[in-house]
Design a protein around this ligand. Structure first.
Ligand code: FES
Length: 127
């Protein structure tokens, strides 16, 4: 069996939503101390709905594929729904990850959550 599913390869080789959002409403950056990989998520949010999302990932193929898939999953979602995104859902949407690569999908969950928390914090400061 191939190490990675076709979907992982597809999202790794042609990542969706790669890049930066200037003046993002929420930014989340997380890293994994063990492997040293870093993921950064940018969110544009209008009326508590995610209208745009971009990412930068300095990491392995699974981390890039996980970020790409995670951005696709939350685009257009309400903030409260996006907060429920789990790394398992990201890995399942990619048709699975090797067990020792599951932590790469955790990074995607954490980066999105951090960006959403940043948005919520900024919003409450404005109120
Ligand atoms: Fe660290 Fe993939 S090996 S995120």
């Amino acid at each position: 069996m191939a190490l990675y599913s076709d979907k992982v390869m597809d999202h790794f080789l042609q990542p969706r939503n790669l890049g930066v959002i200037e003046n993002a409403d929420g930014i989340g950056e997380v890293g994994n101390a063990k492997c040293g990989d870093i993921m950064k998520m940018y969110l544009k949010i209008d009326d508590d709905t995610i209208t745009d999302v971009k990412f930068e990932t300095f990491g392995c193929a699974s981390a890039i594929a996980s970020s790409s898939m995670a951005t696709e999953l939350i685009k257009g979602q309400r903030v409260e729904d996006a907060l429920k995104l789990t790394n398992k859902a990201v890995a399942e949407a990619l048709d699975g990850l090797p067990a020792y690569k599951m932590h790469c999908s955790v990074l995607a969950e954490e980066a999105i959550r951090a960006a959403l928390e940043d948005y919520k914090k900024k919003k409450s400061e404005k109120e």
